[in-house]
Design a protein around this ligand. Structure first.
Ligand SMILES: *Cc1c(COP(=O)(O)O)cnc(C)c1O
Length: 433
């Protein structure tokens, strides 16, 4: 925020200035630095329900939800109580614990593709492992990902998406060897022809295709009709595996994820965010014959000191229990659609080109007329305008993701009143843009 802001942010500014001397960019994950919207993040003191309070005492209605996990609302009393009780028995055993069975059964029951599961500590870890597994199972090395899809920060996924027919992936970050990404092929999202071309150019060499079935890391981009089904068909035809990265969409797009919502069952799935209930958990799972490749059942090595620890399992179990209550997803669908429609109407009424939408508890909004089918389309957004909008919304007490290329999240704790206030705030800010 600049000095023209109406928000008092003195303490945030002091703490963040000190943080920048202690940690690279002052943060432990880049997007938190708010670089794309001016670079002054708010330092948060506490969270509860749909709200966050910064260290200067300002309250915000929060639509980041700690980037996905907080689907039941922040610091849900039942989750906190369960974590406290579990902590009394110790935080990590480094040995089998019954709670792993409980969460594993819940995940297997919920997610159509998952017959067996392995818990890890983050979405990044889950995606690294699933890539190794696709390669181990097929004996092939190449993999297709989509432009704008994020699968964590592992080397093999940090590829700047080139044209749909790029045969060599170029690393997106220094420190990633070309040799590591040479086997990562990229295609534009929603482009089946590009995927077919890659398979034709690399016969018998592609281990699998990985994607966010609903993109959330290039802004919110849903799959076009037939896209997921097309990928299912093409991968089958070529003996390749299909992996849905549902780290963001799992238990959010529906209880069984995007695969349940769209009725397309991949071979493998990665999970994270919601299944940890705010503690560090990731998971990968899928067909039993593939998962049997994983050590110690099979030869593909993958391990973790804190994986499946009782504290994280407890937070996940309690969160999924809350999500199983009747009416959950109907509620999320209704308030999120109301928010999305309200934002678009506000943009229309105030004369701004905008497009967007929502599915269940995930939404997105671009300052461009659209439609947005892929990352190239998303990049047409007016980023300057978004920066001003974002800052204006903070001043109105609404905390949105600090980038056009991030989806927004609602939770069970967001009330109709919160949504109404947010739409009203957007209207006010947009009329001054
Ligand atoms: C967040 C995210 C990841 C990475 O998960 P971390 O827990 O941040 O490592 C991977 N894939 C998708 C789709 C994500 O949204």
């Amino acid at each position: 925020m600049t000095s023209t802001t109406s928000l008092k942010t003195t303490r945030s500014e002091e703490i963040f200035a000190a943080a920048q001397k202690l940690m690279p960019g002052g943060v432990n994950s880049p997007v938190r630095a708010f670089k794309s919207v001016g670079g002054q993040p708010l330092v948060i003191d506490r969270v509860k329900d749909a709200y966050m309070w910064d260290v200067d005492g300002n309250r915000y209605i929060d639509y980041i939800g700690t980037w996905g996990p907080a689907i039941c609302g922040h610091a849900h009393p039942e989750v906190i109580k369960a974590i406290q009780e579990a902590a009394e028995k110790g935080t990590s055993f480094g040995a089998p614990c019954y709670l792993e069975n409980v969460l594993a059964e819940m995940v297997i029951d919920a997610v159509p593709s998952i017959e067996m599961v392995r818990f890890v500590n983050s979405g990044t870890e889950a995606c690294m492992a699933v890539l190794r597994l696709m390669r181990a199972f097929t004996g092939r090395e190449k993999v297709i990902k989509f432009e704008g899809c994020y699968h964590g920060h592992a080397d093999m996924f940090l590829v700047k998406a080139g044209s749909g027919v790029a045969t060599l992936g170029l690393p997106d970050s220094p420190g990633v060897p070309k040799s590591t990404t040479a086997n990562t092929l990229t295609a534009p999202f929603n482009d089946l022809e590009a995927v077919k071309a890659l398979f034709a150019e690399n016969p018998g060499e592609i281990a699998g295709v990985i994607l966010e079935p609903v993109v959330g890391n290039a802004g919110f981009i849903p799959p076009d009709a037939g896209f997921l089904a097309g990928l299912r068909e093409i991968t089958r035809e070529h003996g390749a595996l299909l992996t849905f990265d549902e780290v963001m969409t799992g238990f959010r797009i529906s209880y069984g994820g995007a695969q349940q919502k769209f009725g397309i069952t991949p071979d493998l799935t990665t999970l994270g965010k919601v299944i940890g209930g705010g503690l560090p958990v990731g998971a990968y799972g899928g067909r039993r014959d593939i998962m049997q490749m994983v050590a110690p059942a099979g030869p593909m090595y993958q391990a973790g000191t804190l994986s499946g620890n009782p504290l994280a399992m407890t937070a996940g179990i309690k969160t999924l229990e809350l999500l199983q209550r009747p009416g959950t997803y109907e509620y999320l669908e209704r308030i999120t659609k109301k928010l999305s429609d309200g934002l678009l109407q506000a943009a229309k009424d105030t004369g701004h080109a905008a497009c967007g939408g929502s599915i269940s508890a995930m939404f997105g909004f671009f300052f461009t007329a659209g439609p947005v089918h892929n990352y190239e389309d998303a990049k047409k957004s007016d980023l300057q305008k978004f920066g001003r909008f974002h800052r204006g919304m903070l001043e109105q007490g609404v905390y949105l993701a600090p980038s056009q290329f991030e989806a927004g999240f609602t939770s069970l704790a967001h009330s109709d009143e919160d949504i109404d206030q947010t739409i009203q705030a957007a209207r006010t800010v947009m009329s001054s843009l």
